[in-house]
Each structure stands twice: as structure tokens, then as C-alpha cells.
Unconditional design. Structure first.
Lengths: 486, 486
């Protein structure tokens, strides 16, 4: 379940308020929490209610009890592990060839006996399945005739209206007609790349390094080249590097995941977003913004998409509800700015229109306010799961392992010591029933990121997951050569 | 409703059996029906029941009463109108540029005040909306967790199993794993073209002339060229012309709609299908077969797809349920033969996977036998509607108009006298609240088929539709220049 705050017990509400304060940074790592008696007075609840709340927070790994001293916000993992350095991809553009590891990864995701640390989605028990099922059932009854007929290529009006409403919170103020709904963010990004490819304004796409393999596959299948730009582990694409690339060569588009990128989890600071938009505007290059993880911020504020700084309609903003409520409903969108007309025709050409009913079900969920309530719970769960996995990595992985703790999303990008080959680790892990994503699938060059893995934190933290992370750590240690390369 | 035979009155059953006999050719145009008394005895029903059945058939335009003589199967329209000649497209390949007429056409399709003769889909009242809504609602309740999660790229197992079962009737004997489900046939065809484009084995696609504009748009957006092959109005692509084209140049793929093509409605004879497969096999060129209308045959036998004659896995068979039960559910498929692995990766790349629930709802409808029952009714309705429109064209359009009566589907391709400009007709028709599809959007060259229009017969025959066809005829007459060109 995990959704909504409708039926919270008293101690759970107290715990939630504390979690919010921790997530917002009001209570900081290492800081002492109020005493049980203080909090009981402040919250006007019984001492035992406060105790229950503290027990829950401790079980979730958010606070710790120090004997004879009190309760403390647990130190965040970044204090114990160094973060990976800025990535240094090659400076030339590469025809993309991502190996068939991707197919294997995806296939493993359906095996119930495999521990799922390989795929980038939340477990179904974290999703509002019952609510969506109800909305869909109701719509199927109410809109029998509309539901079976073709929608316009732009898709569900109700959904586009809800997106327009939400865009105010993003700082974008888009209208319903600025959106085209899609079969998930994958289709949205693929449409943007198709549009760019069809425009024949160049064949090179500047992307983050490392980058999501699905995007690399799309670039490959459209006959485009990927120019990988160095990335900071927490701030994303390095704009100086991008700028010099834009000056050096013709680039058909820049593609970024500014909020909680896949696989790194980096979040581009707002100033950088503004500068990025200025850069592409100066070079008149479209910016494809994949904002699929934007709603999954652990801090109090949703990062504003680059689209918020777009004055020329050059930013094509892509998003979806696949990471937050229903991957399988395939509900996404693109706000293509000045490319709207061509995009609509392209959408028609590729799939005519998105299916109405599943899209309308998501729209109704948004309309009811259920989405925001659900998001609050989901973000808290994911933040705690990410911390758990990171803690376990810090505890069980060999010395020299590096991690940058993300401030949103559900992914952890782990740099292993240089001598550990992630392919070998992947093979052994699969034999042991554990699925991970090896680093090399996140680059157009198969020899990149050979000592990196991406761990998914989408599963609720259980002893089974903890064991799997510990097993991975042992395997990684076993794979270290005696004299590690530097 | 139009679906199923569950609740038929007695006279309706009698009428249906007669319709089947007419559709099957057992009762032929101009033939005398049994007398009321004979049929009453044979069917063991009352005389008044037979009379009711005859009244219904007459109101549907299938039979006519000749005073003092009896009831006769109405002459089919082909006896009164000549059919268009074989098409003669230019012999060179063309970069595709289909005008934005397509967007206008699509937009008009949503205006309730417009008479819909422009779009190629059946009216919702002909579709099993209630049944599908029930299946979808039930699935939403039963598969809450599965329904929100990503499916594998190949899509709903249940649907693929049902497709495998049906493929036996097509003469193909495919397995569930031979299929990949898609967002309608559009996505299927687009995937095939993407695959061919990515393989870089050439940039020319040999297609029918005229051809469906959506396919032309897909060819255009992928940077491919269309080589239009002459087509016979009833038998489809001229294979001698195709053969010499294949000998003359490198062709990346051949794309055909062998059963009830769009816009022409032609149906390729089985011998031609066999020869077509032999031809592409000899030249090692993939054949993209768009079989979207295959289930809508008016005769007793479903035409076997070209795939049935494929021994080398060169045929990529595409289909959907958009023209038969639920356009808006976006449920289609491709059986990509030897290209299966690449196709699955491409499907993943473009949309990850199709949404599970809508696809599973269609699968359950197939499983229950409801689809076959529904198809029988739908085919009968469409056959009657096509005849009605054709009769009205024969009656109201200017002399020199030509029509080839299709043996399936829901489209009528009308050749106007040479001096009538279909664009002008289209503009006037829209002003009068009638949507049609002008011929030029069905060719890569905008000056082709300027005196052709495509009429949709997807709407139940009503005085409103009849008036619209009559109005079109008057407008066409008005547009004829005094000295018609030859």
C-alpha cells in the first residue's frame, strides 16, 4: 500500500512530521531529537505514542538511539563513503551499440525468485493500485463509447488539463494544449529524438555520461550518434564541457535528465538549469528534458524543470507517471514547445493516439488530490530505502567503493574499486539470484563504467534485500585482484 | 449495438441466414428469393415472420420487391458503375511529403456536427463496447498489482496465446512467442519500418499506389522514400511491376495491405500472395504485411495473409483490433518472423511495452468466443453499409464516376470524372459539414489522385448519410468543367 495519509495512526502522524523535518533538513544528520517528554508535550500526545513513533523511525533507519543520551538523526551515508569523481567520457561522438545485456536485465525483472536490484521502478506494494483499479473500472463503465474510440493524437483532455494545473507548481504555466500525451516517457523521449532525426539538423545528440540505456538504444535505432558529456555525481551535466562541445561541433539536440538522473541520481542546481537553457538558446539547439523522476524529490521542494526557464520554446519537456503510480498504464507526456505541430503529426504517425481509458484514470487520480497524498508517502519510502541500500553498501562493499547519495529518485550509482569487473559481478550475482545493472550499459562505449553498478532501491527494505546487498559486497571483494589498479 | 446474436428475434434470425447466403454468394445478385410461403415452411416459422424478415432486408438495401413477381437479391452496384483502371504511379522513388490535410481530416473526425465519411473506422454503435467495458473493469479489479506494473516488451501473454490460436485459421500456425503486441497496427507498421530503416539496407520502400497516408507519413518521418507500385482496383499490387522494380533497384522492404487495402479496398488473390512471397524471398527483401482489415471479409472465407506462404521468416505480419472492436484500446500486434529479436528491442526502445489491462481485456473477449460472434454481425453490417454508399454514389454522382466494390473492409474508393478537383470538393464538403478524404493524401506525390476521394462506410446507413452522399454528388457535378478533360 504505502499510499495516502488517510488512515494513519496517531504515532504514525508524529513519525511522519519528524520524517518531513529530516527530509527538509530542519533536523540534520547527527542532530539530537527532542526528548520523549518534550515531544509528548509539544505534540500533545502520550509518552507511549512518541515512543512508538521513535521505534518506527529507528526501524526505518532514519534515527538511532544512543544509550544514556537520547535519539539522534542517523548520519547520512555520504559521511562514510567518498563520492565518485566527475565522469570523463571520450570527447568524440560514438555510434551507439548497447549490448544485449539490456534484454537479459529486463527478462530477469519478471522472475519472482530473483532479488530485484536491477530495474528502475518502485515495487507494486508502494503504488496506489487499488485506487487506480477503481478509477479505471469506473471509467470503463461510464465511458463505454468514448473509451473504445480513437482519441485525438494529443490525447486525453482531462489528463492534459491536470498536467497544465501541475505545471504551475513546476514554474512553467503551460496550457492543456501545450501537452501531447504518450505511452510513457519512453515514447515521449523517442518522439523527441525522432523529430530531431527527421529535421536532419545534425546526427549528434549530446547526452549525460553515464546515461539511461533506453535513451542510448533510441539514439542507436534512429541512426544518431551520442556525444557523452562529463557529469558531476551530484550536479549532473558539466556545462563548461557542454559549452565547448556546442562551440566545436553541430549538435542536433541536447538530452538531459536534470532531476535524479538515471543511473547517477544527480540533480542539476537551478542556476545550472538556467544556464543550460541559455546555452542551447544561444546555439539554437533543442533541449530534450527527461523529467521522469522529478516528482520523487526527497527534499521539500520539487526541482523546477529547465522548461521553466525556456523563453523560446526550445525545451521539449518529457515526463510520465511510470515511476510514481503505474508503470504498466503507460501514461506519459511531452510538452514540445515550438515543435508542437510536428510532434502531434509524429505521434499520430507512430501510434495514432494514446489509449484513452488508462490515461483518463490517471487524470482522475490527479484531479482527486490522491496523487499528491500518495507522493508524500512514496517519497518518504523511497528516501528511506535509498538510505538503507547506501548504508548496506557502505557496510558490506570493499574499501574504495564510492557512492553519491541522491536527493531523489530510487537509484544508487555505485563505483567499485577499479579492479572489480562489474560484468563478472553481474554474472555471479545472477547465478545467486540477484539482478543488478552493470555500468557499461549506460554508455555508448561498452568499455566505459566497467567498475560501476546501478542498484535499484525501489523495493521495500527487507532482510532479503539486505542479504542480497551483503552478498554483492562479498562477491565484489572476491573479484578484487590482489594488487588493485589505481 | 450490432454485437452478437444472443438476443435476436425470430424474424431477425431468418434475415441473418438469408444475409449469410447473400454474402456467401449462395444467393446471387438478381436471383429470386424463395416465396414467403416456401420459406415459412422451410424455416418452420409463420408467414408474418418471413414477411418481417423480408421487410428488414429490403430496408437494409439487400433485397428488392418486384410487384407481381416476388423478392429478389438486389443487383450489386458493380453492374452499374465501371471500376477505376490500374493505377499508374511514376516509376521513380519519391521523398514523401503528405500535406497537413491529414491533420485537418483527423480533427474533423471529432466534430459531432460533421457527417463522418472521411475516416476509416466503424461507428461505436457497431462495436461491442459494453462487453469490453465489462472485461476491462473486471481485469482492473482482479489484476491490480500486475496491471500497474510494466509488462515484458512482447506484451500480454494471454493476448499472444489467443493470437496464436487464431493464426491457425489464417493458415499460419504461429506460436505465442512469435508475436509482439503493439499500440495498434500503426505502431506495428512503424516498428517494421524503423527496423528496416535502422538496418540501412536501402532507403526505398515499395508500396501500393494509392497507399494509406499514415504509412506514407511513417516513411517520411523515418527519412525513407516511397516507390509506388501500380495497383489493380480489385487485386491490389501488380506483381509484374513489382518484379521489375525489384530487379531495377535496391528496395529495403515491400509494404502491402493485401486484404481490403486502404484506400482502394482491393483484395489480392491467393495465387498473387504466394507469388509475392516468392518474389521477396528471391530478392531477400522483407515484406511488411499490414493485415488490419483481414477479419472484415464479406465473403465466407477469411483471406489467408501472405505470412501463410512465408518459409523464410521474411514476412512481418501486422494487425490490430482497431477496425473490429476497439480503436481506442490501441491493441495491435506484429509477428516479425526472423526479425523477432531486433523487433523486441525496438519495441522496448520506443514504448517499453504495451499497457497490460486493455490488451488483456481484448484477449478475454477473444477467449470467450465473443469476438467471432461479434465479427459475424459487424461484417454483415459493413457489407450492407458499403453497398448502400456505393448505390448512392451510383445514383447521385456525375456520369463518368468509377467505383470498384470491395469484398471486405469499410472503404469506398471513388474515381470522379477527370475534371473534378477533389481538393475543391473536399473544401466545399467541409463547409457543408461533410468530411471526406481527398485522393491526393494517398500518394507521396501531391498531384496524384486529384480526382479521387475515399468514402468511409463505417457509419450505419441513415437518411443523414444518404443526404450527405447526394450532396457530394451534386457538388461534384457542379465542379465539372463544361469540357471535361480525357
Amino acid at each position: 500500500m504505502g499510499a495516502g495519509a488517510q488512515s494513519l495512526k496517531l504515532y504514525e502522524s508524529v513519525a511522519e512530521r519528524l520524517k518531513d523535518a529530516i527530509a527538509a533538513g530542519t533536523l540534520r544528520p547527527g542532530e539530537r531529537l527532542p526528548s520523549v517528554r518534550q515531544l509528548s508535550a509539544r505534540e500533545r500526545v502520550s509518552v507511549s505514542t512518541v515512543l512508538q513513533a521513535y521505534v518506527q523511525l529507528e526501524s526505518q533507519g532514519l534515527i538511532e538511539t544512543r544509550p544514556q543520551s537520547g535519539h539522534y538523526v542517523r548520519e547520512r551515508v555520504r559521511l562514510r563513503l567518498a563520492e565518485p569523481p566527475v565522469s570523463r567520457p571520450p570527447v568524440s561522438a560514438t555510434p551507439v551499440t548497447v549490448s544485449d545485456l539490456v534484454s537479459h536485465l529486463y527478462r530477469a525483472s519478471r522472475e519472482p525468485h530473483i532479488v530485484q536490484l536491477g530495474t528502475a521502478w518502485p515495487a507494486p506494494e508502494l503504488l496506489p493500485t487499488r485506487r487506480l483499479s477503481r478509477e479505471l473500472g469506473q471509467l470503463a463503465r461510464e465511458q463505454q463509447a468514448e473509451g473504445v474510440m480513437y482519441d485525438l493524437p494529443a490525447g486525453s483532455k482531462l489528463l492534459r488539463q491536470q498536467l497544465a494545473k501541475r505545471s504551475l507548481e513546476w514554474g512553467c504555466a503551460l496550457g492543456a494544449d501545450d501537452f501531447i500525451t504518450t505511452n510513457g516517457a519512453s515514447e515521449a523521449v523517442h518522439l523527441c529524438l525522432s523529430l530531431v532525426a527527421a529535421a536532419r539538423s545534425g546526427d549528434t545528440i549530446a547526452i549525460e555520461s553515464p546515461a539511461y540505456y533506453g535513451t542510448l538504444l533510441a539514439i542507436e535505432s534512429l541512426g544518431l550518434k551520442a556525444l557523452e558529456i562529463p557529469c558531476h555525481p551530484r550536479h549532473g551535466m558539466e556545462l563548461d564541457a557542454l559549452e565547448s562541445a556546442l562551440e566545436r561541433r553541430r549538435v542536433a539536440a541536447v538530452l538531459v535528465v536534470p532531476s535524479f538522473s538515471n543511473p547517477v541520481g544527480s540533480c542539476m542546481p537551478e542556476d545550472n538549469r538556467r544556464r543550460l537553457v541559455e546555452l542551447v538558446t544561444a546555439h539554437d539547439v533543442p533541449l530534450i528534458e527527461d523529467d521522469i523522476y522529478g516528482d520523487l524529490h526527497f527534499g521539500p521542494e520539487r526541482p523546477r524543470p529547465c522548461k521553466a526557464f525556456d523563453t523560446r520554446g526550445l525545451v521539449m519537456l518529457c515526463g510520465s507517471f511510470s515511476k510514481t503510480i503505474a508503470p504498466g498504464f503507460r501514461v506519459g507526456f511531452v510538452a514540445p514547445g515550438r515543435f508542437r505541430e510536428r510532434m502531434e503529426l509524429l505521434k499520430f504517425t507512430q501510434t495514432v493516439a494514446s489509449p484513452l481509458l488508462t490515461h483518463a484514470a490517471v487524470a482522475r487520480f490527479l484531479e482527486s488530490g490522491g496523487y499528491d497524498r500518495h507522493l508524500r508517502g512514496l517519497r518518504r519510502n523511497l528516501a528511506s530505502q535509498v538510505e538503507h541500500v547506501a548504508h548496506a553498501v557502505a557496510e558490506h562493499f570493499p574499501q574504495g567503493t564510492r557512492v553519491a547519495l541522491p536527493s531523489g529518485g530510487l537509484l544508487l550509482w555505485v563505483q567499485l574499486p577499479p579492479s572489480v569487473d562489474a560484468h563478472a559481478l553481474n554474472a555471479r550475482a545472477l547465478e545467486a539470484g540477484i539482478s543488478i545493472a552493470p555500468g557499461s550499459i549506460f554508455s555508448a562505449r561498452p568499455d566505459s563504467y566497467r567498475n560501476f553498478i546501478r542498484l535499484s532501491c525501489g523495493q521495500p527494505w527487507t532482510p532479503r534485500i539486505e542479504d542480497a546487498v551483503a552478498t554483492l559486497g562479498r562477491m565484489a571483494s572476491g573479484l578484487m585482484t590482489t594488487a588493485p589498479r589505481r
